[in-house]
Design a protein around this ligand. Structure first.
Ligand code: ADP
Length: 547
């Protein structure tokens, strides 16, 4: 949606005047080029996935104008990033670094502090600095998308895969920093990064991992993308989900292409959930299940066809169980409750024997059925999952946004143990909260042997203030209720980061006090993404910024 007017007009950084702001902006323009600094005073345009705004959160869950940038800047090099950081130290303006800003459901490109300066790294810094077929690794700048790396690999004919999230337009680097997940055996994106280069809040440049040891004759270290831990304290982690620096390049391990077979298994009843999780645990721990599989509730299955909710349900409130059954029975998988999507890797004999074991284990649940891609029509999502699980970026998952007009989404993403009884508690909290607030529950679970990422998406009409208010309320209640049972989020939208951070309170907020100590030492002027992940610099703390 595009508004023709701005209600509030330009939102300045905190504690500055229009004159000072304009002076500071032209000073920055003289440093990195006038055309690379844009003031955000035009009407806001939500765009769409591939043409998304850097000025605000296009999937806004409060007023569109709540989380807006005062300006967006486009560095073209590491030196530009350093110049921007040094400039921010003199002005005190908060920067908000993004790679591509397609972090939809978690805040998109928006800065946490209204009037912050968005540093859009992806627009001009998108080189693949290294692609090593022998080491099966790469080194990329922030603007490299899954699509771009995929194309480069195809062009060179390398037998490598990339691990992509549900949508392939994001940044490898940005997604890894926010600890996103994918679905091949290398689905832990942060876990598979290997070394990076980061501009610190004082403008200095640092290399992590083996990159800290200079290579011969000024070259990069030859093992920079080979060994993650190197020597001394492992500091990589403090730069992910934080605000301690701006990462300008990052290394990743890539997966060798292998023979593979995707499949799905349906389960008839909602109440099969607990037993399903119990069956998955040993299969995943023993690595019989080949990838990080996904479980989806059948409502998600309906939505990913791109159909509208109004085709199945009149009026407000969630679809009834009967409506879901009636609609699902017309789909290729038939009437069911949960669908498990998995992929096996290796020679055909290995895959076949694994599939037998998996089928047998799940057959303990009466009425479960296994499907292979050949069993379903070409446009079924199993074919898409099969592509994703074999390293191909796709855009198909956008289709479920058609569920409501003007569809936006926001995610609630707690971690649950891969134990039936515990997982059921989380599932109950989520389904009840969604229904209480009038939403269909779009549940997707990424399941590993010991934990699962439960990702529940609220899909709402961005033009409906009441729908947004209910979404916010729903998420806040789920955060609190899950925390009471010991379940916490692995990632959250900007607006909930304070609340989630506060739930990790063991030892009288020992973790938060440690993060604040780091923040104040590394970033005394509090210029890098204040408030990101609930970490506020001294200058902002206790002054009403926390939500
Ligand atoms: P994507 O487009 O891949 O989904 P984003 O670029 O939106 O990812 O990045 C997700 C979040 O990670 C951002 O909101 C920001 O907080 C953080 N982030 C992204 N890139 C960087 C970076 N290069 N340096 C520091 N933080 C970053």
């Amino acid at each position: 949606s595009k508004s023709d007017t701005r209600k509030t007009g330009l939102v300045l950084p905190p504690d500055t005047s229009k004159e000072d702001f304009e002076r500071a902006i032209s000073d920055l323009q003289s440093k990195i080029g006038a055309e690379h600094v844009q003031i955000n005073d035009k009407p806001l345009d939500d765009g769409w996935y591939l043409d998304h705004p850097k000025t605000h959160d296009s999937h806004h869950i409060t007023d569109q104008e709540t989380l807006v940038a005062s300006a967006v800047v486009y560095p073209g090099s590491t030196e530009d990033v350093q110049a921007i950081v040094r400039w921010a130290n003199t002005t005190g303006y908060p920067l908000y670094p993004i790679s591509l800003g397609r972090n939809f459901g978690y805040g998109g490109a928006a800065p946490r502090v209204p009037g912050g300066i968005v540093v859009d790294l992806g627009k001009r810094m998108h080189r693949i600095l290294d692609l090593d077929g022998d080491n099966a690794s790469c080194l990329v700048e922030p603007g490299v998308t899954y699509f771009k790396l995929y194309e480069a690999i195809q062009e060179r004919g390398l037998p490598l895969w990339i691990d992509t999230p549900d949508l392939g337009g994001g940044s490898l680097l940005g997604n890894a920093l926010d600890r996103g997940v994918g679905y091949t055996p290398m689905g832990d994106h942060w876990g598979n990064h290997c070394g990076f280069e980061v501009v610190l809040p004082n403008g200095e440049l640092l290399r992590t991992g083996m990159g800290a040891l200079p290579g011969p004759n000024g070259a990069d270290n030859p093992t920079w993308q080979s060994f993650q831990h190197a020597y001394g304290p492992s500091i990589d982690g403090i730069f992910s989900q934080s605000n301690f620096g701006i990462v300008v390049s990052m290394g990743f391990h890539l997966m060798p292409a292998v023979n593979n077979q995707s499949y799905c298994i349906t389960f008839p009843e909602d109440s099969d959930f607990e037993q399903m999780v119990e069956i998955i645990r040993p299969l995943a721990q023993q690595r019989i299940i080949g990838n990080i599989p996904q479980i989806r509730h059948v409502v998600q299955e309906l939505a990913v066809t791109g159909r509208r909710k109004s085709d199945f349900h009149q009026g407000s409130g969630p679809m009834t169980r009967e409506e879901i059954r009636a609609a699902a029975s017309k789909l290729p998988l038939g009437d069911c409750s949960w669908v498990f999507y998995g992929t096996q890797y290796g020679p055909p004999e290995t895959i076949n024997s694994q599939l037998e074991l998996i089928k047998k284990a799940f057959s303990q649940i009466p009425g479960s059925k296994m499907f292979l891609p050949k069993d379903v029509p070409e446009d079924h999502v199993l074919h898409i999952r099969s592509r994703v699980c074999a390293g191909n970026p796709v855009l198909r998952e956008l289709d479920w946004l058609n569920w409501v007009p003007n569809g936006g989404h926001v995610a609630f993403s707690p971690i649950a143990p891969t134990k039936g009884s515990q997982a059921r508690i989380v599932n109950d909290i989520i389904t009840k909260a969604f229904h209480r607030h009038g939403y269909d529950c779009f549940s997707t679970l990424c399941v590993a042997g010991r934990e699962m990422h439960y990702i529940a998406e609220i899909v709402y009409d961005r033009g409906d203030p009441d729908a947004k208010m209910r979404a916010v309320k729903c998420i806040r209640e789920m955060i609190a209720e899950c925390a009471e049972h010991g379940f916490g989020e692995y990632r959250t939208h900007l607006l909930f980061q304070d609340q989630v951070a506060r739930t990790y309170s063991w030892g009288n907020q020992a973790l938060m006090r440690f993060n604040e100590t780091l923040k104040d030492a590394l970033d005394p002027n509090g210029i890098i993404a204040p408030g990101r992940n609930g970490i506020w610099p001294k200058k902002y703390r206790g002054k009403g910024w926390e939500l």
